[in-house]
Design a protein around this ligand. Sequence first.
Ligand code: KG4
Ligand code: ZN
Length: 347
Amino acid sequence: MNVLTIETTCDETAAAVVTDRLEVLSSVVASQDALHKRFGGVVPEIASRAHVERILPVIDETLRKANLSLADLDAVAIAHTPGLAGSLLVGLSTAKALCVARGLPLIAVNHLQAHIYACRLASGRNVFPCVGLVVSGGHSNLYRCETATDFTPLGGTIDDAAGEAFDKVASLLGLPYPGGPSIEKAARRGDAKKYRLPRPLLDDPSRLEFSFSGLKTAVRYLLERSHGSGVRGQGKELADDHVGDVAASFQEAVVDCLVGKADLAIARTGYLTLCVGGGVAANSRFRARLEESAAANGYELHVPPLSLCTDNAVMGAIAIERLRAGKFAELTLDVLPGPERAVANAN
Ligand code: KG4
Ligand code: ZN
């Protein structure tokens, strides 16, 4: 069976064709980074308009690359939550139209669960049960993932998401959007021990939560103390080695929090596998620290290759699990705009 998966939750227009044997026949991702760059973040109205322009060409190209036509499809899967309302609506309307036109079943995908499922795809074997950690632009959520269709929130951020903190601190440092890759690059020439920044909630073993907004503010104060203004262009230009040291110190603080709480979730659940997904999982320092921790604490770690960390439609293959379980969606399916906050104390 061939399933067309569609992803338009934020600022990537993506489609893929996957089979019920989890083979990926094709995948296309149209990034909108260039459109949002000058605003330093995703502008929802621009994102949804760009999805409207791109969605049909992206689906066409996906089918062409797979050597298939619409007649060869057996189902359509759509990421309908969480995300930007306008963006989600473009993908959902397109998916529904295809289902009505071709008489195909519709499958609902949760974008965050799909990020975790990228680990299943990349490893080529079962990864469940596991602890799932999704670290993206809008989310830093921990889940107990009993099976591929049974996720329970364990905890998440109480304010900013990790990726959001990377993006905001990059902007304070005058580094280009998206901030994560810019900070990672700048951090390579910096000293992570130069500034001791806060690790909010890290020392509290009773809380499986993150908080990154205070860390971002601490960076702002640090820059103001050293330059009179935290914003490049408004104050004195920041010296490159100073930018590197701040970027490295900030990155280390975020990574400490993420790895520390992932370890805590593993200890609490007793699970032996950690699956990490989302754009921030592309960060090489984070990946290295996760590997160290997995080795030290004796759990199995899965982090997908970079192309499956940032938004894509291949991870929508989680729809195959729903297909196998007969879990189809009605054509009345609605979007559930995000963010999806993992309820505190659900653990
Ligand atoms: O999962 P994703 O592509 O989209 C959302 O669902 O949000 O994640 C995007 C986020 C952005 O905040 C971006 O700055 C961050 O992931 N990111 C990174 C890196 N690459 C992307 N953060 C840290 N290091 C990276 N290398
Ligand atoms: Zn995402």
